[in-house]
Write a protein that binds this ligand. Structure first.
Ligand code: FES
Length: 323
């Protein structure tokens, strides 16, 4: 089961780097698309039945056209999504997408924002940087890329709006225009009070940032993953029962079943998308204290009252849902 979809037209395809294409997606009749907050992502549904999540790489209202902008990196080892987007999509094509969802919002309580992006992980952070710059917020966007030729959305990054806030790190060691090596440990050694850290990038980069920020409070760390980290347990476990408090019914979940599969088998429609605990589509209200949380999209405080049903399970014999 999936969420309802929107049909959009591929309005523009642009090559950003040898491996990254950007796609602008517009309403087929030129109307406004649903608005969103920076940090949001959409699911793109491709022919063949697969869907992938892509972050929106531009703050809402940043461009004159109401088009969604995504960046797609052609992965060497692709599950089909990025390769198909690169090979098959043409300007003018119609595709189905989900409405934007945001599991990686700018935290309103933060007094300063430190945005760290590895490679194509820059897309949600670019939108956040634009939104923060428009607000006049105190923030810095640090981008880690292999070399200058791998820097996507360079025009936006070097615009007068963002350039004063952007620091570039090129792995090649040769600083290009504005590029300097950034030492993660040094950067994160001290946390200025009120600073929140946002990170998005490949698994190794995420792990390095987490390690360098291991002394930061959990509530000040916000991460957007592309895929479940290596070794993460997202499926299977002990059998348990879901208690649907509002309906007053119990639904058994077998050891090899997910909570969402058990609910679907019972005829209860819960939308799903990534099925890896990444996108937040399957999140519902719950007694979070009774859950073994296995997702990568909920914050520590959200986990008190929510659960991602595609991957999380009960800690004990029962998990109470607000359904
Ligand atoms: S379906 Fe994506 S978090 Fe559950």
């Amino acid at each position: 089961m999936t969420e309802r979809t929107l049909t959009v037209r591929v309005a523009r395809i642009a090559r950003q780097t040898p491996e990254i294409l950007s796609f602008e997606l517009a309403h087929p009749a030129g109307r406004e698309l649903p608005s969103y907050q920076a940090g949001a992502h959409i699911d793109v549904h491709m022919p063949g039945g697969f869907s992938r999540q892509y972050s929106l790489a531009r703050a809402h209202g940043e461009a004159s056209a109401s088009a969604y902008l995504i960046g797609v990196k052609r992965e060497a080892v692709s599950r089909g999504g990025s390769a198909s987007m690169h090979a098959r999509l043409r300007e003018g094509d119609l595709i189905a997408i989900s409405a934007p969802r945001n599991t990686f919002p700018i935290r309103p309580e933060a007094r300063r924002h430190l945005l760290l992006a590895g490679g194509i992980g820059m897309t949600p952070l670019l939108a956040m940087a634009q939104a923060l710059a428009r607000e006049g917020a105190d923030f810095e966007l640090c981008l880690f890329v292999r070399g200058e030729e791998h820097l996507a959305f360079a025009e936006a990054l070097r615009s007068p709006l963002l350039a004063p806030h952007v620091r570039l790190h090129f792995d090649t060691g040769e600083a290009g225009e504005g590029g300097r090596r950034i030492d993660l440990r040094q950067l994160l050694a001290e946390r200025r009070p009120g600073t929140h850290l946002y990170v998005c990038g490949p698994g190794g980069f995420m792990a390095a940032v987490r390690e360098a920020a291991s002394h930061w409070p959990e509530e000040a760390l916000h991460a957007e993953y592309f895929a479940a980290p290596d070794g993460a347990a997202v499926a299977g476990g002990r059998p348990f029962t879901l208690r649907l408090a509002r309906r007053g019914i119990h639904v058994p979940v077998a050891a090899d079943q997910t909570a969402v599969d058990a609910l679907h088998a019972f005829g209860i429609d819960i939308p799903v998308s990534c099925e890896q605990g990444l996108c937040g589509t399957c999140v519902v209200g719950a007694d979070g204290a009774g859950a073994e949380h296995r997702d990568f999209c909920l914050t520590g405080s959200e986990r008190h009252a929510k659960v991602a049903l595609c991957c999380s399970r009960a800690k004990g014999d029962e998990l109470v849902l607000d359904l």
